[in-house]
Design a protein around this ligand. Structure first.
Ligand code: DGJ
Length: 547
């Protein structure tokens, strides 16, 4: 009899230990229009590595881990294809997911899974053969003449049902294998959706929906460009934009339905990614075969928010490295209702410096695309290299953020960070913080002023291509952390105030998040501003004002 209380106490103890071990699920939080991805309850910065499209098989993983390790990524983004998990209808095989999750844990990496299903870069190529071979059951979109497009219809009820069932099976499996450890942080639902060459589905069911009134949830978020059109059908409200907006709504609803069903069994943050339209065309013109209609481009984020509330984020896939394009895209996708998250960025070296802009702006993460050591390059979108040189332009920056990723994510969430990359015009820039301004210039040496002429006026060797950048955190009113390379930073008091730099330390943070000073920069090293060299450095700068 006496044993019962002891047993009960031991059991209670065990249960409480288990409860403490069960980690909190990853989730997105928003405060003051800023966002954080909480992992184990604290802001986390995804320093991602997205594998090439065909690296989603157990035998391929070593090539991925090696590259992700060299990159110093903390998270790997990996496709999980419908064709591989449901090769025959109703027979599920999650052996790849099991291998992936187990190896990720050994590698001490987190995962973001990419559900390649009804649409991958708009096409059906990752659907199982039993889907591809049954076009009557899984219909394509039809054009105005009734000719099928290459793209599956978002009005295919059976397609939606089948995709959703497979996705729910995946999420149920994940719950089973990962709810205790939370290796998987987020899930992308489909990949770069939309349709090339056809603005929307003209099949009878789609046409009937097009003639219906625009749903109230869409109307509430997306303003009518047609003067006076408060409500009515898609054409009446959205005029020349109606077809694209309708297609966006149809696809978003389809994806939102899949995401909601998946989250009902295992609730992870979910997102979609976008093959971008030109962000500099403002205001955006109606679709004219110039981008994937119906994809989550910046002009229809509101429609996705209305039709797919289970999708948290619309992320830009950045494959144009003109600085004006990159900056415009970051600004368009960073919104108080949309965390900045860059699930793909090309691997050409020119993209590396933009990590400062992304992480400085407070992105929850970023991921170069095509990070593995297979002998395959997606040049000209990405780098030609398939060896270690592939990761170098990104490793250079990840190396600085990796040890402080939790600190940085918290500072970003608190609104203390900013960042910028050298522009294609190579012109000076500035970052304004409360009380202080950082003036930035490029192509300068580390001694003297260009105005002195002669050798001093010549661009510094190694600066032929734009390559500089800096991310800064204002960790106290007069104190900054700077991370960057190939930029001259001059810290100045905000206009109309006086002040000076008191101390610039070069150093790093230790594993406990404590600053470790390595040396104090003074004399030549500060007389001409803080000249950050070709390899990134971390500085702690203290400013002061005369009393
Ligand atoms: C963007 C897609 O999302 C990726 O899966 C890949 O196809 C790249 N384009 C091109 O390499």
């Amino acid at each position: 009899m006496k044993k019962i209380p002891i047993l009960a106490t031991a059991l209670a103890c065990l249960l409480s230990i288990q409860a403490a071990m069960a980690t909190e699920p990853p989730r997105l939080v928003t405060h003051d229009g800023r966002h954080a991805l909480l992992v184990d309850g604290k802001p986390f910065l995804i320093l991602g590595a997205q594998a090439h499209n065909s690296s989603n098989y157990p035998a391929a993983l070593k090539q991925v881990w090696d590259a992700a390790h060299d990159l110093k990524a903390n998270t790997v983004l990996m496709p999980v294809a419908w064709e591989q998990v449901e090769p025959e209808e109703g027979r599920f095989d999650f052996s790849f997911v099991d291998a992936l999750v187990a190896e990720a844990r050994q590698q001490k990496k987190h995962l973001v899974l990419l559900w390649f299903a009804t649409w991958k870069n708009t096409s059906a190529q990752y659907t199982p053969a039993w889907v591809k071979l049954a076009p009557k059951r899984f219909p394509a979109m039809l054009d105005q003449e009734g000719k099928p497009s290459y793209c599956l219809s978002p009005f295919g009820d059976e397609t939606l049902k089948a995709d959703k069932r497979a996705f729910v099976a995946l999420m149920s499996h994940l719950k089973k294998i990962d709810a205790a450890q939370r290796t998987v942080l987020m899930v992308q639902v489909e990949n770069e959706v939309g349709t090339y060459g056809l603005v929307r589905d003209y099949a009878p069911a789609a046409q009937a929906a097009f003639e219906q009134d625009v749903p109230a949830a869409v109307l509430a978020r997306k303003k009518a460009p047609v003067p006076g059109a408060g409500s009515g059908n898609w054409r009446a409200v959205y005029g020349d934009y109606a077809d694209e907006y309708f297609h966006a709504w149809a696809i978003a609803r389809y994806i939102g339905d899949i995401a909601a069903a998946g989250r009902a069994v295992y609730d992870l943050p979910m997102f979609v990614n976008n093959a971008l339209r030109n962000p500099l065309e403002q205001p955006p013109k109606p679709w004219n075969k110039n981008f994937a209609s119906g994809g989550p481009s910046h002009d229809v984020i509101d429609i996705y928010k209305a039709a797919a509330p289970a999708i948290d984020i619309v992320g830009p896939d950045i494959y144009n490295f003109e600085s004006a394009q990159v900056n415009a895209n970051l600004a368009l996708f960073q919104r108080s209702d949309n965390a900045l998250w860059v699930p793909e960025i090309g691997t050409k070296p020119a993209y590396g410096r933009f990590l400062y802009a992304m992480l400085g702006r407070g992105a929850i993460g970023v991921s170069p695309f095509g990070i593995d050591y297979f002998n395959y390059s997606n040049h000209p979108l990405g780098a030609t290299a398939t060896d270690r040189t592939l990761v170098e332009p990104f490793e250079r920056v990840y190396r600085m953020f990796a040890p402080i990723q939790r600190l940085w994510a918290q500072w970003a969430f608190d609104g203390r960070t900013q960042g910028i990359a050298e522009g294609d015009d190579r012109q000076p820039q500035q970052l304004d913080f409360p009380g202080w301004t950082a003036k930035l210039s490029y192509r300068l040496g580390r001694f003297g002023e260009a105005s002195w002429g002669g050798e001093f006026a010549k661009p510094a060797p190694g600066t032929e291509e734009p390559n500089g950048g800096v991310a800064m955190a204002q960790i106290a009113p007069d104190e900054f952390i700077l991370i960057g390379h190939r930029v001259r930073v001059r810290m100045e008091p905000a206009a109309g105030t006086s002040g000076m730099m008191l101390r610039a330390e070069q150093g790093h943070f230790d594993e406990q998040g404590r600053w470790q000073m390595e040396r104090v920069l003074n004399g030549d090293q500060v007389d001409w501003g803080l000249n950050l060299p070709a390899e990134p450095v971390m500085l702690k700068v203290r400013m002061g004002r005369p009393r």
